[in-house]
Unconditional design. Structure first.
Length: 331
């Protein structure tokens, strides 16, 4: 199979999180056409994971996995001599193509791996959570994310936080009659930005991003409501960090913890280049699928951008890389 054309076929099927149905349908058909035994694993009414095995080995020891969904907006594919462009080319439809090609090549040597393609990774790992309840006894899970073909030694976690401030409306000409929720929120965020965060040797620091701020009614109204959504990249357990956040905000606002994906340490086969992934993956939600490894073509630096692309050479190299990893794990 041609990994470049397969990548482009996948990219040209819009699959922003929540709308993965069409790309799942395509993958089920195509994988069956290629000789796999592929089936859908229901997640929601119009959303399904896709799991494929070789007829010769319906319960494989090794499963290659990545996700089908993308962030918005949809960007159709194109290519030049060295790159394939478009939404998902790097994160992670090029990886779907590479893992499929590697599985086909391994079959020629009598090595049979499974393929698990998931929905929802970009939002809440819902597909991975559902798949974890239907694991097939595999010993190893090779998860694909853009690591430039380096095997990850760790993957940072994520802690989503909402800071919600309340106040009292009044005419802006008489601010003493009101209570500004925005003022409270700004002060709370200033304190959080100054708060010391954990730093793990060999991994790096926990980081904070204030991703969304909203509030108020109108420029001439003292605001009675304001909220911000924050994301911390975890480098260890979150218990102390949660306590510190609540203590730092104090009485200025209410703190809600809306999602956590834990920090994980990983292993790499001997002799392979390594890295630390500063992003999160589906791996913490796939604990029943075996010992995890994290590796894939493409650079995370261009994922989620308007110019997203993947180097063709990295796609070609990744086919050999996945095959080599599978052989090491089997041995």
């Amino acid at each position: 199979m041609n990994v470049f054309s397969f990548t482009r076929q996948l990219v040209d099927i819009e699959s922003i999180t929540g709308n993965e149905g069409p790309v799942g349908d395509f993958l089920e058909r195509e994988l069956n056409r290629l000789g796999f035994a592929a089936r859908k694993m229901q997640v929601e009414s119009a959303r399904c994971n896709v799991f494929a095995t070789c007829p010769e080995q319906p319960m494989p020891a090794i499963v290659f996995s990545t996700h089908m969904d993308t962030v918005p907006p949809f960007i159709p594919s194109r290519e030049d001599a060295t790159r394939v462009y478009g939404r998902g080319s790097c994160d992670a439809k090029g990886i779907i193509a590479v893992q499929t090609a590697a599985a086909l090549r391994l079959q020629q040597d009598g090595i049979y791996v499974g393929l698990l393609f998931l929905v929802g990774e970009e939002r809440d790992s819902l597909g991975a959570k559902m798949a974890n309840e239907q694991a097939y006894g595999s010993k190893f899970l090779v998860n694909g994310e853009p690591t430039e073909n380096h095997v990850a030694l760790a993957s940072k976690g994520a802690l989503r936080v909402e800071v919600i401030a309340s106040g009292k409306m009044a005419h802006s000409a008489y601010p003493e009659l009101g209570e500004s929720a925005i003022d409270k929120l700004v002060e709370a965020l200033t304190r959080l930005r100054a708060m010391k965060l954990p730093d793990e040797p060999g991994i790096g620091p926990c980081t904070l991003n204030i991703g969304l701020i909203e509030g108020g009614r109108a420029p001439n109204v003292i605001p009675d409501r304001a909220r911000a959504q924050l994301l911390y990249r975890l480098v260890g357990p979150s218990e102390q960090l949660r306590k510190d956040i609540v203590a730092t905000v104090g009485d200025l606002a209410r703190v809600e913890f809306t999602l956590e994906i834990p920090f994980v340490r990983l292993q790499a086969p001997d002799g392979m280049p390594t890295m630390v992934a500063k992003f999160t993956t589906d791996i913490p939600a796939l604990s029943n699928w075996g010992q995890p490894l994290l590796v894939g073509p493409g650079s995370i630096h261009v994922a989620h951008t308007e110019g997203e692309y993947v180097e063709k050479k990295q796609l070609e190299d990744a086919v050999e890389l996945y095959c080599g990893i599978a052989r090491k794990l089997i041995s």
